[in-house]
Design a binder for this molecule. Sequence first.
Ligand code: ACO
Length: 271
Amino acid sequence: MEEQDVVSVHVENRIAWVNFARPAKRNAMSPTLNRRMMEVLDELEYRDDVGVLVLGGEGTSWSAGMDLKEYFRETEALGLRGVRKSQAESYGWFRRLRWYHKPTIAMVNGWCFGGGFGPLFACDLAICADEAQFGLSEINWGILPGGGVTKVVVDLLPMRDAMWLTLTGDLIDGKAAATMRLVNESVPLDQLKTRTTQVAEMLLKKNPVALKFAKDAVRRVGTMTYDEAEDYLVRMQEAANFHDKSEGRKEGIRQFIDEKSYKPGLGSYDL
Ligand code: ACO
């Protein structure tokens, strides 16, 4: 019987701290964890008291990837139906997180293996500890990086780095991951939460409607031609204007031009 709290949640000052919480199993993603994570994302997504979601890991690991026993061996034993069901559950919450209504930050404290690259990529920003270790260990146990992971490294990294990680299964630490741009920043482990909080608080000061449309735009335009992207961005801004009942863009201009209370080049207007 699987433990109940495979995901922990704590909301404080408009930041939802969501943790992989199977530290004894290095936060490997079991079908139970995948189902619970989808429920948690669902519960938090439109709450007014949540402005940013941070995905962290309890114990020494962020996530040791998919659970080799519960996600692979035990679902394969159930036949194709079992396999497809668990794939749908894991891919489902990764997708939900990629298009999440709130900005998201991966806070990587330790191990990040294989399938863990799915939620890593799904988060908009990523901050890790220098002590974190990232690896595509799939090749070490005889499979290719599936579940979108090959796509993740090709999208995030230059081809030589993507190929190196894929073929060697080599580990890289947090600093190397930041140099490679797999994450935004790497900081010493004892500063990880403080730095992540600072970044989350910076996001909380931005117009939330603009954040949602901007993060989606960054993910969408990559596969578009220039003309398609130009058109998409016009339409999305018009849609944002409709959704932003605070008319933030007008207020932003007013506070700069009329009130002279801030400078957009140097920071955000008062929400
Ligand atoms: N799947 C299932 N169980 C796991 C996983 C995993 N991915 N990772 C760790 N565990 C379990 C171990 O079996 C062990 O269980 P036990 O206490 O019942 O024996 C427990 O977690 C602790 O693991 P240890 O190996 O003892 O921990 P250690 O800190 O020494 O090593 C490490 C951590 C390096 C993460 C190691 O556990 C490991 O190599 N795990 C597998 C990583 C991996 O290759 N993941 C799959 C990536 S590919 C994919 O996701 C598609």
